[in-house]
Design a protein around this ligand. Structure first.
Ligand SMILES: [Zn+2]
Length: 108
């Protein structure tokens, strides 16, 4: 019975992540999906996983392992890693991409 419930939660998690992967902007759907992901992870006893505050990417393994490569590859243009990391670590980082107009980063 418990295993059935866990399997059900894993399925919800899978769908929440698929939604997150498809979203490239912050909207109601991605916010809900992120909230669901957090809640389900907590229920499954995986609540201490770290999540990228900029895009919601879930880090696998221990704590923030891999954040620096992830950040440099995906968010370096928003804020240099050296500036972002102290904020992320302290839990003070706030998502930048929804505050800035997207055309700010286009080349033309
Ligand atoms: Zn990210």
């Amino acid at each position: 019975m418990i295993n059935d419930m866990k399997a059900e939660l894993e399925r919800i998690l899978f769908h929440a992540r698929r939604i997150l992967e498809m979203q490239h902007t912050v909207n109601d759907e991605s916010k809900s999906a992120l909230q669901i992901e957090h809640s389900v992870l907590k229920l499954l006893g995986k609540g201490d996983r770290k999540i990228c505050p900029e895009c919601g990417y879930l880090f696998q393994g221990n704590g923030w392992d891999g954040i620096d490569a992830h950040w440099r590859a995906r968010h370096e243009s928003i804020m240099p890693y050296s500036e972002a990391w102290p904020l992320i670590k302290a839990g003070l980082y706030r998502r930048q991409s929804c505050r800035l107009p997207s055309d700010l980063f286009s080349d033309d």
